[in-house]
Ligand binder design. Structure first.
Ligand code: GRF
Length: 206
């Protein structure tokens, strides 16, 4: 399975995919990484693993790259890499419906909440404030509506009285690092399959 990973930050989730791939535990090839930030540590991780990186920086010469320009470059790059699967792992830019609909492969996103609860940002803080007993992370199909596509897999934990936002985030990240390679393995082995046409239809079920 040819995989492209989109990142914006530290890339710890990219790292677990690289590690599992290099250990021969995951039958995928990460054929490229796209970062929308030029300061993302994920770029170093990709370089260290000799994976090609396209840096499509948010801000160039002090000017913010418009979403259309970003998507034009990203879409050219994706066509060149010909992925079977696109993984958004800590990718923090919202993509347009046109980009998602025309993507050359199904796209999945890792989101730090038990969807459909807590779409969007600040999920850990909101879960604590609401007094949730459970929290966790989800991997879902990317559709035009933010964090609303079909949920494929989830991992959960119990929220304790002692949890702070940072502590909870760290605990959820440990779950993410298990959930992402596990889910990608299910897709790579065909246990889970995504019909690319269905990914364009938010009503679809698996
Ligand atoms: C993850 O916690 C993800 O859920 C959130 O951003 C973080 C990315 O971490 N959206 P990393 O870049 O993979 O280290």
């Amino acid at each position: 399975l040819r995989v492209v990973v989109l990142v914006s930050g530290s890339g710890s989730n990219l790292q677990v995919l690289i590690d599992a791939m290099q250990a021969g535990e995951l039958p995928i090839e990460i054929v490229g990484v796209i970062s929308n930030r030029d300061d993302a540590y994920a770029i170093t991780r990709a370089n260290d693993a000799a994976i090609p990186v396209a840096i499509l920086s948010h801000v160039a010469n002090g000017k913010r790259m418009g979403i259309q320009t970003f998507e034009k470059h990203a879409s050219d790059q994706l066509k060149a890499w010909q992925p079977d699967l696109i993984v958004l792992a800590g990718f923090m830019r919202v993509l347009s419906a046109a980009f998602i609909d025309n993507a050359p492969a199904p796209m999945i996103n890792l989101h730090p909440s038990l969807l459909p609860a807590y779409k969007g940002l600040d999920t850990h803080q909101r879960a604590i404030q609401a007094g949730e007993r459970h929290h966790g992370c989800s991997i879902h199909v990317v559709t035009a509506e933010l964090d609303a596509g079909t949920v494929l897999t989830q991992a959960l934990l119990e929220v304790t009285q002692k949890d702070t936002t940072d502590g909870l985030q760290a605990r959820v990240q440990k779950l993410e690092h298990q959930l992402l390679p596990w889910t990608v393995a299910l897709l790579a082995k065909g246990v889970l399959s995504l019909n690319h046409d269905q990914t364009h239809n938010p009503q679809s079920t698996f």
